[in-house]
Design a protein around this ligand. Structure first.
Ligand code: ADP
Ligand code: MG
Ligand code: MG
Length: 197
């Protein structure tokens, strides 16, 4: 299928539905090593994104991604809102005003999203954050492979001590728990991959 603005908007709606369906799981993960709001933060944020898309679908993929970014940045607090917003904003810039996303543009957008999250949050792979899901995803060539890499990356956070974000206050007590932001990143990428297939 062509990956025009409508298709990207549909993929974003699919991601919103998946985040909503996994709200409680993400809350539980964040209760274990954070303050328990990650699932609700993302559910609310993507709810506002869907509202914005209901009002108007922008006419390029980049403009859709930018609408997602500005909505998440303005509506979602906490650490993840600005980080997710930055990821979508950099992805939007990376695809420019292309009317259809090619696999090359998707790969470029993923790399740009990672660079944005790292520039903003200063986390490296192994710090037990969403970077552990996004970094391996940005290294592969397709959305399907990115989703699988992100799922593995998210699972790789389970034995880690956190070095960024609230979970870093827990020291070794964070061991044994999957990072909620890494898990949500994997969920969003899987939703995108399935919508694009
Ligand atoms: P808060 O921690 O402010 O309550 P959320 O619960 O919504 O925000 O998001 C927590 C997630 O944010 C973590 O699971 C982690 O993946 C991510 N995170 C926190 N700090 C950073 C950072 N500096 N760089 C990358 N990701 C981060
Ligand atoms: Mg939280
Ligand atoms: Mg919070």
């Amino acid at each position: 299928m062509g990956c025009d603005a409508r298709a990207v908007a549909a993929a974003v709606r699919a991601a919103a539905a998946v985040v909503t369906a996994h709200r409680d799981e993400l809350v539980r993960l964040d209760q274990a090593i954070g303050d328990g709001d990650h699932g609700e933060n993302l559910k609310r944020g993507f709810g506002f994104v869907v509202q914005a898309l209901d009002e108007s679908t922008p006419d390029t993929p980049g403009a859709v991604l930018k609408l997602v970014a500005t909505t998440l940045i303005s509506k979602v607090g906490g650490a993840a809102g600005p980080l997710y917003g930055t990821a979508f904003l950099r992805a939007a810039t990376a695809v420019g005003d292309a009317t259809e996303l090619t696999p090359e543009l998707v790969a470029k957008a993923l790399r740009a999203a990672l660079e944005g999250v790292v520039a903003r949050g200063k986390a490296e792979v192994g710090d037990k954050t969403m970077v552990d899901a996004l970094a391996p995803a940005a290294e592969v060539g397709s959305l399907a492979a990115a989703a699988t890499a992100a799922e593995r990356g998210a699972e790789s956070t389970i034995p880690l001590v956190a070095r960024k974000g609230r979970a870093s206050y827990l020291g070794e007590r964070a061991i044994g728990h999957q990072d909620p932001g890494a898990r949500s990143t994997a969920l969003v990428l899987r939703a995108f991959a399935e919508a694009a297939s």
